[in-house]
Design a protein around this ligand. Structure first.
Ligand code: SF4
Length: 214
């Protein structure tokens, strides 16, 4: 958190979380029409031209793609490779750091949970934390388990209190997280970024859906 990262957001995600903050990478209403195709080497060159400490390959869901060529190009240019994935698909590529952010819409593969360096749990409601801890069970091996408020709930005191209490009572590896890049509007001010789209790609009134039983 707080470090310069070169974000590569790949297109396409079949999970469709109702509060997705990257719906511009999969929602049909926001499909870009002016796409310039880039080769992996070109992306790696652009990453090198920045002061970023590392590249984060994310999405949409990045693991629906074979990331071998892209991660090889980044490695050849000396760029550390991180991936942030729902964990629902096999990870193809060479990574230095794996973040699995599990989603109820499509549950993660157990092997991905076990190999993750960190987990990022999105806290939609106060009981999200206990539900995920129960579901992940013995596969909670990661050194860091971040508890992030789902962005539309970032001012909900019940969600924030649940995160604070969990960190105080459970201790390590649990940590309270927050998407601070949104406070700084880092994405919005970067000319390479797309304009922001609504959470989930639609009006947010009906969000915070618990899909555990769907
Ligand atoms: S939050 Fe992640 S997994 Fe969910 S729809 Fe968005 S990109 Fe896909």
């Amino acid at each position: 958190m707080g470090r310069a990262a070169f974000f590569i957001r790949l297109y396409g995600c079949p999970v469709h979380c109702p509060w997705c903050d990257s719906a511009g990478t999969w929602h049909p209403d926001f499909t870009p029409t002016d796409i310039a195709r880039m080769l992996p080497e070109q992306l790696a060159d652009e990453a090198v031209s920045t002061k970023a400490d590392f590249a984060v390959i994310t999405g949409g869901e990045p693991a629906i793609h074979d990331l071998g060529p892209l991660t090889s190009a980044l490695r050849r240019n000396g760029i550390r490779r991180h991936i942030e994935t729902s964990g629902a698909f096999p990870i193809q590529g060479e990574f230095n750091w794996i973040t699995v952010s599990p989603k109820w819409g499509r549950l993660p593969i157990r092997d991905n949970l076990r190999m993750a360096d960190e987990l990022k749990i999105i806290v939609e409601t106060p009981d999200s934390i206990t539900h995920w801890i129960e579901w992940i069970g013995e596969d909670m091996h990661a050194d860091h388990v971040w508890l992030h408020p789902e962005w539309s709930q970032r001012n909900n005191p019940n969600v924030l209190n649940a995160i604070g209490e969990a960190v105080k009572t459970l201790g390590s590896p649990f940590r309270a997280g927050y998407q601070i890049h949104k406070l700084f509007k880092i994405d919005e001010q970067d000319p390479r970024s797309r304009p922001p789209v609504p959470l989930g790609g639609k009006d947010h009134a009906c969000h915070t859906v618990d899909k555990r039983n769907s």
